[in-house]
Design a protein around this ligand. Sequence first.
Ligand code: ADP
Ligand code: MG
Length: 388
Amino acid sequence: MFKALGVGEETCRAIEEKGFKKPTPIQEKAIPPLLEGKDLVGQAQTGTGKTAAFGIPIVEKTEVEKRVVQALILVPTRELAFQVAKEIKDLGKYRGVKVFAVYGGKPVRKQIELLQKIRPHVVVGTPGRVKDLLERGVLKLDNLSTFVLDEADRMLDMGFIDDIKFIYGKTPAQKQTLLFSATLPDEIKEVINRILKEDREEVYIEPQKPTVETVSQKIYRVDNENLLKTFLEKLEEIPFGKAIVFTQTKVEADRLAKHLRSLGFKTAPLHGDYSQSRREAVLRDFRRGRINLLVATDVASRGIDIGDLEVVFNFRLPQDAESYVHRIGRTGRAGRKGIAVSFSPVSDDDRFIRIRKLVGNSFEFVNLSEKPLLKGLLKGRKKKSYKR
Ligand code: ADP
Ligand code: MG
């Protein structure tokens, strides 16, 4: 129970409304020392509830009557800025904590206006935009008490180290510093040793079953009409040598493969209507790299073992949850790293919920739709407003 960790009544109520029944392991270990004011390093794979692990102590410690920025959370991407801000906003709603997300790609002037209007207690942002706002003098960190680096390994991979140093230099010496990362390469350890206090708390969480630990999973929830568009965007964004796209039906496999070919992808469909010899030929081409994007139905996927398959796309989530585990298990084999990227149109929320039940929160969930998650299946969850 969250109450037993020292979380106050209002925040417990907000947590309950989010549908969290009990703390995840990282929340259990991180929340008490964070409430005490300790620095902290948290290592855990995605989907383990790191956001609330730092979000809950942040909303608890916010001095609501002081309208100054008290916590700054740096994240690598716009999507995350938005998502993390939303979660902290939810958690802090009964305490009256104001949260604001800043990120690139939006006109800076508009953001400055909002920043000055909202006067947030908590700012979540990407390093580039935060630095920009600091340089313009519109974001002030003089009263900052908590500084969080979320997904630190990804931020470093993305080349944000100089921006982060700049921002860190603008924070007061007296503060609590938190760093979360899925991995702890030497570079990150150096950062930890440089900016975190020596008596920091360190929390490491072992990955959990049943999904393959070496596959990092992401699920995008999209409005039905945006499915193809979002899929194509991600297909362009995510680099791969070889990838499979799973479709629901044979017709869909044929159609999608045709479309992808017209866009210049080296692709072929694979499904149960093709003769055995044709299927073997397609697989051979795939193994040899003559094609590098296979568009397949579930039927065709059984037993496929392509060692250098890097990415599995689920154009839509499969109907049964076991298939999901099976599909994404096509990658990340023999200890290699794999990526699974799935798209879930809102009309398939029931599938998403079944899969979540089976695999737990082993995936990163990116909600690109404004529509509420299928109501009947979220027992006891109240409607909430999305106002800033
Ligand atoms: P991470 O940052 O570790 O990748 P997130 O903080 O994004 O993970 O959490 C993943 C998902 O799990 C989110 O949808 C979040 O709302 C949910 N979640 C977090 N904590 C709990 C909990 N205690 N119980 C149930 N769901 C939770
Ligand atoms: Mg996270």
